[in-house]
Design a protein. Structure first.
Length: 116
């Protein structure tokens, strides 16, 4: 399993970023895909998840209505569209893959910094 995140960077409050996770080495279509984040001094937290079939998405309350997770099963890719970013969204964002009931696999992470 290989997960490679991209799209992070420095952005001003109120702006948008789109994160990408390119997956390879496994049967992508059968895996639930998630984005987690870890801010300095805090535990890693689940941000959003999209089911293997793509029909179900879930978000934490802090990003509901601002972030959108989606998957492209043709390109083995997961996107996280982040709008109206705030400094509280600053964190390292990790892509994760999990076949229901099995091991959770992680990417290396991409830094998102929201600052003026």
């Amino acid at each position: 399993v290989e997960l490679v995140e991209s799209g992070g960077g420095l952005v001003q409050p109120g702006r948008s970023l789109r994160l990408y996770c390119q997956a390879s080495g496994f049967a992508f279509i059968y895996y639930d895909m998630s984005w987690y984040r870890q801010a300095p001094g805090k535990e890693r937290e689940l941000v959003a998840v999209v089911s293997w079939a793509g029909g179900t998405t879930k978000y934490i309350e802090a990003v509901e209505g601002r972030f959108t997770i989606s998957r492209d099963n043709q390109r083995n890719r997961v996107l996280l569209q982040m709008n109206s970013l705030t400094p509280e969204d600053t964190a390292v964002y990790y892509c994760a893959a999990q076949r229901p009931g099995s091991t959770l696999h992680w990417g290396q992470g991409t830094q998102v910094t929201v600052s003026s």
